[in-house]
Write a protein that binds this ligand. Structure first.
Ligand code: ARG
Ligand code: ZN
Length: 878
């Protein structure tokens, strides 16, 4: 059941050509495949049988070289079709029957909302037909689709349309051919009643590429932003990496029922509609950004993923880490680099760090898995991207580009490994990344502590770094890693000092990259004219936990002065978090006026700053969330979510009260002037304005309710509308109920906007909200089969409402178990994601621990638990 990297063997057979034929019908779909198969002669054993993967398939015929194969010549079980005694090279024809309309797993070929579509990554192609469903078997595909003309006027697959026609009056067909070899996970098919917008892109070498975005009829007015984003991404990849698109057409299809964000199928991306559809009235500023980011991500996969693909699934980060890095860089160039970095690090710390410290902790290149779908993780994606970012930092921009060029030169058209990538980076730069490779094989977040000492006599300053990495499942001992730490030193006036290491003959700028290789390592700076305040881990140069032991005074100083905006924000967060954690742990009293004063003064200074970027201000003034505080606390003590909730609420309320006038002014000064725009500056202004509104909302006065209602009623864009609704959603009043009703009436025909409506209610801080959520499960617009709806109503409850999810009654836990078990039978991928909410049960105080453990046991003892859910829950229980 467990698959291991060490067991990897090259395939015994190659598939040079794959000819697929789909007959799409309402009750049964017939899939005929003709494969040109050739034995892999690199293997010495010439007698290995042909083993094809297949799941939930009804096998109708098998032919070898056009002759029917008797059933005693092959074997089928629930996972494979095995054919003994095959020639060295032959054609295999297999016909299977499937029922896409009953496929609620949304993996393989499925029909939802009247549209046939596919999701093959990671191992979904085997639910379509028998095939060596592994990424190192690359084949040239052609695909013919036949379907009812009225119901499914649009028939799409990868590559170029080469022919089409009618079979009879009612049915039509289309034949697509993809000139590039690809693994099965990149295959795609779409059939439905769709419409499209079209545009063109002229590549740098002068070819014209047709760009199309296919959507349902009612969404045709919401594709413009996605199209602009695609064109920007195409241009950026040419400018920054010299990479050009390679087919004549690039298609994107938006569907409502989709497990993940989107999928990079060659020439035919399939997207969760959430990451395509936008207009100002229905999408928030964050939605606009996310669309730009995901469109770019999938586009970038054409080179990092498709042209160069994976040897096996253990290498997933080869394409995902690298492509996330690329999309982060793209977004930084399109928006604001520091602000992008801050939000990426915030999410890394909130989700990846806990994952790396929990039962599912795994190296960026995992050693084993039970169900690959469970390894589309923050670790593989986001920590993987951090690894690439460190390489980028160590080799420099140009060195990195040289490495990329060599990587494509060597491996275009191949299925390769993370090792091949690192090797190309090394060889192109004559660099030594041997120790650095540990980032791929060691799980866990390294911790760095720093001892610093100033020598008044010699004017030297020394910093001693010590690194350690806590044990992870299956790996108790860790080796010292190569960790790049960017450092600056501030003088008393808050200015950067020129930096000169002992042994250097002159200063080297004001930020220096220190490379840690050993468990303990000392660096000495010379000509340091006064005792400095160090700015350590600038730009978050490595994904580590820094224990710098700053005093709160130093933190406030760095918040006010650091030239590195990331570190400036980080210092502010540590400062605010530190105070709240001390309160939670009873080290300081809530009502101590000095404590409040200490928080409120730097807060006010930041809020009223006229030099700082407004987006940056909003990030600084967004206090660490209850979950973030819980994570920090769990490093030394058990989590009590109720207590954390009370303290954070107390602090935000105190800030709101003390700064009421300032917030009101900020709110007024940042109103929309003139036309609505989605440029970075307007977005920043709205985010500051709505942050002010949300603090004011804490006061729950009739006056504030009026302001929020006013914004809600007048809003002409979703950002302001949903921000106002969010503020009202936490206040028990008749205006709240009316706003929620009005919103529903206004948007009931727009399923993506309704997701926001569900999510706002699930995140409401009103006590006892769980009863309302249970009621909403029966709302006619809710569907447990639609992953977006589940995420909106169910996952938002755990994410946005931790204290109610963790309610001591255990009702929140029971509610989640019921959903997990319900989904287990419908969509195991989504069920397993959800089961992850109990992963950190050991970090909570004893009574909640006990309750969560009981839920995990209940789940694992349920008959027919899927492999997906089993893997998560069994690991959590270890
Ligand atoms: N490759 C896709 C992307 O990151 C995600 C596919 C996720 N598939 C899965 N089975 N979890 O762009
Ligand atoms: Zn991806």
């Amino acid at each position: 059941e467990v698959k291991y990297l060490k067991d990897y063997r090259p395939p015994a057979y190659w598939i040079d050509n794959t000819e697929l034929n789909f007959d799409l019908q309402e009750t049964n779909t017939l899939v005929k495949s003709v494969l040109n198969i050739r034995r892999n002669n690199d293997l010495s054993d010439k007698t290995i049988p042909l083993v094809l993967d297949g799941k939930n398939l009804e096998l109708l015929f098998v032919k070898i070289d056009k002759k029917h194969l008797d059933s005693d010549k092959y074997q089928i079980n629930s996972e494979n079709l095995t054919i003994y005694d095959v020639p060295e090279s032959f054609s295999l024809e297999v016909t299977t029957k499937i029922q896409p309309q009953n496929n609620t797993s949304l993996e393989g070929l499925y029909k939802a909302g009247g549209i046939f579509c596919t999701q093959c990554e990671a191992e979904g192609f085997r639910k379509i037909t028998y095939f060596p469903d592994r990424p190192d078997v690359m084949s040239k595909y052609s695909c013919t689709i036949t379907a009812d003309r009225e119901k499914y006027p649009i028939l799409l697959s990868n590559g170029n349309l080469i022919n089409s026609g009618m079979t009879d009056q009612n049915r039509h067909w289309a034949q697509w051919e993809d000139p590039f070899k690809k693994p099965s996970y990149l295959f795609a098919l779409v059939a439905g009643d769709l419409v499209y917008i079209e545009d063109f892109y002229k590549t740098k070498s002068g070819r014209s590429v047709t760009l199309r975005i296919y959507v349902e009829h009612m969404n045709i007015d919401k594709c413009g932003h996605a199209m602009q984003s695609l064109k920007k991404a195409m241009k950026w990849d040419e400018d920054v990496f010299g990479l050009e698109y390679d087919l004549d057409i690039y298609m994107i299809v938006a569907v409502n029922d989709f497990n993940m964000g989107a999928m990079e199928n060659k020439g035919l991306n399939i997207f969760n509609s959430k990451y395509v559809l936008a207009k100002p009235e229905t999408a928030t500023d964050i939605d606009f950004w996310n669309i730009e980011r995901v469109i770019a991500h999938e586009y970038f996969h054409n080179w990092t993923g498709n042209r160069v693909t994976l040897k096996n699934w253990f290498q997933l980060s080869l394409k995902e880490g690298l492509t996330v890095f690329r999309d982060q860089e793209f977004s930084s160039d399109m928006t604001s680099r520091p602000v992008k970095r801050i939000s990426d690090v915030r999410s890394l710390r909130s989700f990846q760090f806990p994952e790396d410290a929990g039962p599912m902790a795994h190296p960026v290149r995992p050693e084993s898995y039970i169900e690959m779908d469970n390894f589309y993780t923050m670790t593989v994606y986001e920590k993987g991207a951090e690894i690439i970012r460190m390489i980028h930092r160590i080799l420099g921009k140009q060195g990195f580009r040289k490495g990329m060029n060599l990587y494509f030169k060597r491996h275009d058209g191949q299925a390769v490994t993370t090792e091949d990538f690192v090797k190309a980076m090394e060889d192109a730069n004559q660099a030594d990344l041997r120790q650095f490779r540990l980032w791929y094989s060691q799980a866990g977040t390294p911790e760095i502590s720093v001892k610093r000492a100033y020598n008044h006599k010699n004017k030297t300053y020394s910093m001693t770094f010590t690194q350690k990495c806590p044990p992870s499942p299956g790996m108790s001992e860790k080796k010292a890693m190569h960790i790049p730490v960017a450092v600056g030193l501030l003088d008393k006036a808050g200015n950067d000092m020129p930096l000169q290491l002992a042994g250097q003959d002159k200063p080297e700028g004001t930020t220096i990259l220190l490379n840690l290789y050993k468990t303990t390592q000392t660096f000495e700076f010379v000509n340091v004219y006064e005792p400095p305040v160090p700015s350590i881990l600038r730009g978050f140069s490595a994904p580590v936990k820094l224990r710098a032991e700053y005093t709160s005074r130093e933190q406030a100083f760095l918040l006010a002065n650091d030239s590195d905006e990331f570190h400036r924000w980080d210092s502010g967060q540590r400062f605010f978090a530190g105070t709240m954690i001390n309160m939670v742990q009873g080290k300081i009293k809530n009502h101590d006026p000095d404590v409040l004063g200490a928080i409120i003064e730097p807060f006010r200074k930041t809020l009223l700053s006229t030099e700082l970027d407004k987006a940056f201000i909003s990030h600084v003034l967004t206090l660490p969330s209850e979950s973030e505080l819980g994570i920090l606390i769990s490093e030394t003590a058990p989590i009590d979510p109720e207590l954390i909730h009370q303290v954070r609420r107390f602090i935000t309320h105190a800030i709101a009260k003390a700064l009421k006038n300032d917030f009101e002014r900020i709110y007024q000064d940042n109103q929309e002037k003139g036309l609505y725009n989605i440029d970075a500056e307007s977005i920043a202004r709205r985010s500051l304005k709505n942050l002010a509104l949300s603090y004011l909302g804490m006061l729950e006065t009739p006056e504030i309710i009026k302001i929020a209602c006013n914004q809600f009623n007048k809003a002409e864009n979703m950002t302001d509308e949903i921000a106002a609704l969010g503020v009202l959603s936490h206040i028990q009043c008749s205006e709240r109920e009316k706003a929620i009703d009005d919103f529903y009436q206004k948007w009931k025909s727009d399923t993506l906007v309704l997701d926001k409506w569900f999510a706002i209610q699930a995140g409401s801080q009103i006590p006892g909200i769980i009863d309302k959520i249970k009621e909403l499960l029966n709302h006619p617009d809710f569907s447990i089969k639609n992953p977006n709806k589940v995420r909106a109503l169910v996952s938002s409850f755990c994410g946005m409402n931790p204290w109610q999810f963790h309610h001591i009654s255990g009702n929140g836990y029971k509610f989640m178990t019921d959903r997990i078990l319900e989904l287990n039978a419908i969509n195991p991928q989504i069920a397993a994601r959800m089961a992850g909410i109990f992963n950190h049960w050991k970090k909570y105080e004893p009574s909640r621990q006990k309750l969560m453990k009981a839920e995990l046991e209940k789940i694992i003892n349920t008959p027919d638990i899927s492999r997906h859910v089993y893997e998560i829950v069994s690991k959590a229980l270890v």
